[in-house]
Design a protein around this ligand. Structure first.
Ligand SMILES: NCc1[nH]cc(CCC(=O)O)c1CC(=O)O
Length: 360
């Protein structure tokens, strides 16, 4: 240690899962790293339990399983860089690893891909809409209580196939994934965030490396700084701070979206009862006193702190409004607790249920 891991022209191994979306996202970052840092980037396949095992994600530990295998590969030095969909990252940081870059965010909205050009407004009564995400299900049911929400697993092309194959009338997916895969033609409705708030971090990537390799002034640190988008990082910081503050207090699905406008950072968030019978939605803003980014494009410390405070403040507003009581059943709904904290949900399930469990 001490020496920068890499010098210009050096090889960098980028670990990726095998799905089309993961390979596409990793390829985009690999290209950026060779352009920005002159690196020679090799893609290394990392198999994850979530890719192999078709059991419901809740049983195999939530979307965290995708992330854990990549993080283990980084920590074992099987690869030097890992690219994650930020929304799949648990909000707790990983020991020894750093999210060194949050590149410019892609499409943040969820989209509807329906047969015959149908939209959320024009889907017929009782239409079958597929999603595996409790967050999407809750907001769909709130917008259209008459729809039949069908649990759905599989990667993006598999899920689209349920519509073309006639099994479902529509599916809800992240616009970002479709955009990266070149599949935006399948979109029939871009869901407005006033109806469907995306998952915290949706549409953003996280580029993770070993902390020890981020030598100040080193080539890797410089490339990561160039890849980082300060506005995107501030926005996802607010969304993830909200998520981690809520994680302590409730285990219901969460949507959140932060946007910069008129010199302020605006955060909208929703907590849904898992059965979709109730939604709790609040928003808050923080005036950004100084610039969001410094001259290198990195977010300023003040902007990151203000974003985190905004997320925590809005989470507390939601908790004060009863976010923790949205669960319809179980002792937690009756306000009882045990030595283990909130009852009815194990600590592990609390974390994974908050995540957006549609798999990429
Ligand atoms: N949970 C799976 C997942 N993780 C990231 C994306 C899409 C890309 C993104 O949001 O950045 C998807 C697919 C989806 O939700 O439709």
């Amino acid at each position: 240690m001490g020496e920068p891991l890499v010098a210009t022209g050096a090889r960098l191994r980028l670990g990726t899962r095998g799905s089309d979306l993961a390979v596409t996202q990793s390829g985009m970052i690999a290209d950026a790293l060779s352009e920005l840092g002159g690196f020679d980037v090799d893609l290394v396949r990392v198999r994850t339990e979530g890719d192999v095992n078709r059991a419901p994600l809740a049983q195999i530990g939530g979307t965290g399983v995708f992330v854990t295998a990549l993080r283990d590969a980084l920590l074992r030095s099987d690869c030097d860089v890992a690219v994650h969909s930020l929304k799949d990252l648990p909000s707790a940081p990983a020991d020894g690893l750093t999210i060194a870059a949050v590149p410019t965010r892609a499409e943040v909205r969820d989209v509807l891909c329906a047969r015959d050009g149908l939209t959320l407004d024009t889907l017929p009564t009782g239409a079958r809409v597929g999603t595996g995400s409790p967050r999407r299900a809750a907001q769909l049911r709130a917008a259209r209580p008459d729809l039949t929400v069908v649990d759905l697993r599989g990667n993006v092309p598999t899920r689209l196939g349920k519509v073309t194959g006639g099994e479902l009338d529509a599916v809800v997916l992240a616009g970002a994934g479709l955009s990266r895969l070149g599949l935006l033609d399948a979109v029939t409705d871009y869901l407005d965030p006033s109806v469907m708030l995306p998952a915290p971090g949706q549409g953003a990537l996280a580029v993770e490396v070993r902390t020890a390799d981020l030598v100040p002034g080193g080539e890797l640190a410089a490339a990561m700084a160039a890849l980082d988008d300060g506005a995107a990082r501030a926005a996802v910081t607010a969304e993830r701070a909200l998520l981690s503050r809520l994680e302590a207090g409730c285990s219901a699905p969460v949507g959140a979206l932060a946007r910069h406008a008129d010199g302020a950072l605006h955060l909208d968030a929703v907590v849904g009862a898992p059965d979709g019978t109730r939604l709790l939605r609040r928003s808050a803003s923080t005036r950004t006193s100084g610039p969001v980014t410094d001259e290198t494009g990195a977010p300023t410390a003040e902007a990151v702190t203000a974003a985190r405070d905004l997320g925590i403040r809005l989470a507390e507003t939601l908790l004060d409004a009863g976010a923790a009581d949205l669960m319809p059943t179980g002792p937690a709904a009756k306000g009882e607790t045990t030595a283990a904290g909130t009852t009815g949900v194990s600590a592990a399930a609390t974390g994974s249920e908050l995540m957006d469990s549609d798999r990429a």
